[in-house]
Design a binder for this molecule. Structure first.
Ligand code: ADP
Length: 279
């Protein structure tokens, strides 16, 4: 039976005379007339060049976004100063133009920052600082961060620790980033008076952490796609950059974990990721 693994987990790396080569494998069983197993075909596809291209792409994006940051910062500052100093004397239309420029610069800065983060993680350039972290510490921290936003939208943000919970082996800052991102997505989509739950429980050697909301949900065809770069669900107001979940996935992967979504339209969404329990 073909193991149901995502592509990136089907790659094996072999050393050949000092150089490593990467192979994507697939397994097919051959069955005889009586359905008995008569053999197995293991196919190895050399994807070394593809991996190299991926790496170059990441490096290019990293360099480009890095270069864009400085001019964007000064552009943003100029627009903000203009808004502050001249807004009262401007015609309504001109002020609106300036306000639009201010918002667009803000969005571009967010995009460039996300791109830079993502390409750094992809290139393995982000240092992970692993420690044994109690889950309540992580939850308390993000609950404090969102306190005022939650109040403003009259949303109930609660957390629940199920059973005897071990500490997790994690980089607390990066996992806080993941939780923050999942909660701010949830907060964007729940309606006023909605509900967001943080959950944690142990399963075998891992701890599962979830962010559950009672928002509009996401239809199944998007479930694997939304973790890819720039994918946004059609027909929703485009607020973010479409990179948030891709970054979450990379961070979780750097911890040796996985992330997935359970949702159907109208039923809310639950994003769950795993972290190794501390020994
Ligand atoms: P963005 O920066 O656009 O939020 P993400 O990668 O974080 O990008 O999310 C991808 C898309 O997934 C979003 O555009 C949104 O349509 C959808 N999405 C994410 N979280 C939720 C949620 N909690 N409820 C409904 N839709 C969501």
């Amino acid at each position: 039976v073909q193991p149901d693994l995502p592509d990136e987990q089907r790659i094996i790396t072999l050393m050949e005379q000092e150089r490593s080569r990467h192979y994507l494998f697939s397994i097919t069983s051959i069955r005889g007339r009586d359905r008995s197993l008569s053999g197995i075909v293991l196919l190895l596809r050399d994807v070394t060049r593809l991996k190299e291209v991926e790496r170059l792409k990441s490096e290019f994006v990293m360099a480009a976004s890095h270069e864009l940051r400085t001019p964007l910062t000064s552009l943003g500052m100029s627009v903000d100063l203009l808004l502050e100093h001249t807004a009262p004397s401007l015609a309504e239309k001109d002020r609106e133009l300036l306000q639009a420029a201010h918002e667009e610069v803000h969005r571009m800065k967010a995009l460039v920052n996300d791109l830079l983060d993502l390409s750094r993680i992809e290139a393995g350039r982000i240092e992970m600082e692993f420690e044994n972290v109690p889950v309540p510490t992580l939850f308390d921290h993000v609950e404090a961060v969102f306190e005022s936003q939650v109040e403003m939208k009259e949303v109930a943000l609660t957390s629940e620790l199920i059973g005897d919970l071990p500490k997790v082996r994690a980089d607390a800052n990066k996992i806080t980033w993941v939780l923050t991102n999942l909660i701010s997505n949830a907060l964007r989509y729940v309606s006023k008076g909605g509900r967001i739950q943080l959950l944690a429980h142990r399963i075998g050697p891992n701890v599962h952490l979830s962010v559950r909301d009672d928002g509009p949900g996401i239809s199944p065809e998007y479930h694997s796609k939304i973790f890819q770069k720039f994918v946004q669900v059609k027909g929703r107001e485009a607020g973010g950059t479409g990179l948030g979940l891709a970054i979450c996935k990379e961070i979780v992967r750097a911890h040796g974990g996985a992330i997935w979504i359970e949702s159907s339209p109208g039923q809310g969404s639950t994003f769950t990721f795993t972290l190794p329990a501390a020994r």
